[in-house]
Design a protein around this ligand. Sequence first.
Ligand SMILES: [Zn+2]
Length: 270
Amino acid sequence: MYLMRLPYFSLCFAIVIFVLSSCASNPYAVTNKAYKKQTKQLAKAIRQTPVQPLPEEWVGTTNFGLRKPNYVVIHHTAQNSTEQTLKTFTLPRTQVSAHYVIGRDGKIYHMLNDYLRAWHGGSSRWGNATDINSSSIGIELDNNGFDAFAEPQISSLLQVLAELKKTHGIPAANFIGHSDIAPGRKVDPNANFPWKRLADSGFGLWPDLVLDSVPATFNPTEALRIIGYDVRNVDSAIRSFKLHFIQTDLSPMLNEYDKQLLYNLYKKYL
Ligand SMILES: [Zn+2]
């Protein structure tokens, strides 16, 4: 009897050790499980035949696919480490998340399926789109809010952007920053972010090197609005525009050069 039971206990012991060690090696084993459970619930909601209050007949079409993200919004975390951000995004009470987090060392963490809605934009607006979370991918770069962005981090970001652009057919103009969609509320990514380098690779638009003089009829507020900025507070819109395209001066004023640059850029959005 004793001999018979020994292997059983050994097996139990081995299982306990395995579970403990896998938890120890992956501190996110529990939240990964929660992720799976939540995606299952969403899949169930999608499978359901819609129940409408109208007296209508359900005839399921055979022709459909998943909605695709059409924007990429870039952030800095304003935190001290990638670990801190991963923790923030796996605590339900924070109610914030992103699809990707990229460390200073270039390590890429994928936190949410691209087809699902992350909570990264908050109250934001770009053009007439107000639910940016529903139509975008959020990418967080580990950065305390002031530091320069390390080369391995930007290099990994460019790889992720290339993949997203190819997979989802995202237009170049739709690679934007959190500050672009939330003027007066957000200032990320910080002024060290290499927007021109991104634009040179096809992610975002950038003004030409040679700028024309500005016609007397040019209306800067109108131009900012056409690019996509929320101009309900013009000073905030100018600050966001300058954080992205000027970077060396963030005052809410447009000098002649700023206006030329804005004029040149806005014509690319017409
Ligand atoms: Zn942000």
